[in-house]
Design a protein around this ligand. Structure first.
Ligand code: DP6
Length: 400
């Protein structure tokens, strides 16, 4: 008889996603069901990703989790919801008559370790990549093959969109039990190879209101949000899907900007109002519109989530000139050579006409740095055992 392995261990990675039609507001707080559908672009994991190792063993006495090297409370309700849900799916699979996929019992406790390859301090949303990665790793280790939207969604709504690469919609669904509130790929990452993404990390001192609390207040107080969700988003979802399918950057960019602006308008309509944008964010908005006006077409599009950082969409032929425009308007204060991270961007001179169009009011240090990236694939399993974040004893390996 084959001897049973003491430890079953899996390591996965998952991407960050940026919504171009925003999710804001829940109709069910417990199940995390949204008041409208949303659509996002999955960013490439070469620049931004979460890596998660999940291990199960009969030797473990309790579930435990380490995030970026620190042990965290495994009892937090959203984490518990994910664990409960994956174990329910694993049990269901077994009772549906599938072969036992793993020799270890699903009653075994799990150890989880997770790290991001980007600084949490940058204020970039990490919960979507984090919970998508958790759902994916747990599914592998417990032998679950069904749709993972619900598992990821119970961690953070936007996380279900990080389960796929390319362009992804989260269909709000209608059912009270949330079974039809699922993520689906609209187009794969290979669909629009020219599309580029620039994350402008904006200097901020204060921590913004979290999205969970913010959207709850918006649902309670903003009539504009209700109108947006009911009357505007359905047509916007159809339009955005069309723009993506047709690779129509002009229309894609305009709708992306309008939807970001409308989301922030609903935040301002929330009572008391919430403002996520700061002066630098507003200057970036102006810069993008000046840049587009100068070119007589939509060459760049911005979008902002629950914070001051801007995400810019553009095409590969425009990246270098727009980065030069950003450097001109926001001269780097420190580390000029470290201002640009991620994909390489050729330095190019700015024309005097464009300089004039951008105005003469540079804001030194307003942008800390730029991460240049592109559309990328969904979660991956890492086969190399060296990638595991947990050692043979099921505890985090000492940081290298
Ligand atoms: C502004 O998914 O972080 O980024 O479901 O409460 O965890 P919870 O909220 P979360 O909200 C994301 C809001 C957003 C827009 C978006 O990603 O669609």
């Amino acid at each position: 008889m084959a001897s049973e392995k003491r430890l079953e261990v899996v390591t996965c990675t998952a991407p960050v996603n940026i919504a171009v039609i925003k999710y804001w507001g829940k109709r069910d707080e417990e199940l995390i069901l949204p008041i409208n559908s949303s659509l996002s672009v999955t960013l490439h994991q070469d620049q931004l990703k979460t890596t998660t190792t999940a291990a199960i063993s009969r030797d473990f006495t309790e579930d435990r989790i380490w995030l970026n090297g620190r042990e965290e409370d495994v009892g937090q309700p959203r984490l518990q919801a994910c664990l409960r849900e994956i174990r329910r799916l694993a049990r269901k699979r077994r009772s549906d008559g599938h072969e036992e996929p793993l020799p270890l019992s699903l009653s075994y406790k799990v150890h989880v370790a997770s790290v991001n390859n980007f600084p949490t301090a940058a204020g970039l949303a990490s919960s979507a990549a984090g919970y998508a990665c958790l759902a994916y790793a747990l599914a592998r280790v417990y032998g679950v093959e069904s749709d993972l939207s619900e598992v990821a969604r119970r961690g953070s709504g936007s996380a279900c969109r990080s389960l796929y690469g390319g362009f992804v919609e989260w269909q709000m669904g209608e059912r009270a039990d949330g079974k039809d509130s699922i993520a689906r790929q609209v187009a794969p990452e290979s669909h629009w190879p020219e599309l580029r993404v620039l994350i402008l990390v904006v200097s901020t001192e204060k921590k913004p209101t979290g999205s969970t609390a913010g959207m709850q207040t918006s649902v309670e107080t903003s009539a504009l949000l209700r109108f947006r969700a009911e009357a505007l988003v359905p047509a916007r979802m159809a339009e955005m899907t069309h723009c993506v399918r047709e690779r129509d950057f002009q229309a894609f960019g305009q709708l992306t900007m309008k939807d970001s602006n409308q989301f922030h308008a609903t935040c301002m309509d929330t009572f008391p109002p919430i403002s996520y944008l700061n002066d630098t964010s507003r200057r970036i908005i102006q810069l993008a519109h000046c840049f587009n006006a100068h070119h007589g077409q939509t060459k760049v599009a911005y979008t902002f989530d629950a914070g001051a950082n801007a995400v810019i969409f553009t095409l590969d032929d425009t990246v270098a000139e727009f980065v030069a425009a950003v450097r001109h308007s926001f001269p780097p204060e420190l580390n000029g050579d470290k201002f640009l991270k991620g994909l390489p961007v050729e330095p190019v001179p700015l024309s005097d006409e464009l300089k004039a169009a951008l105005g003469t009011d540079p804001t030194p240090g307003g942008i800390k740095y730029i991460i240049a990236t592109q559309v990328g694939p969904g979660p991956q399993v890492l086969d190399d055992p060296g990638a595991h974040l947990l050692g043979p004893d099921g505890l985090p390996k000492a940081a290298a």
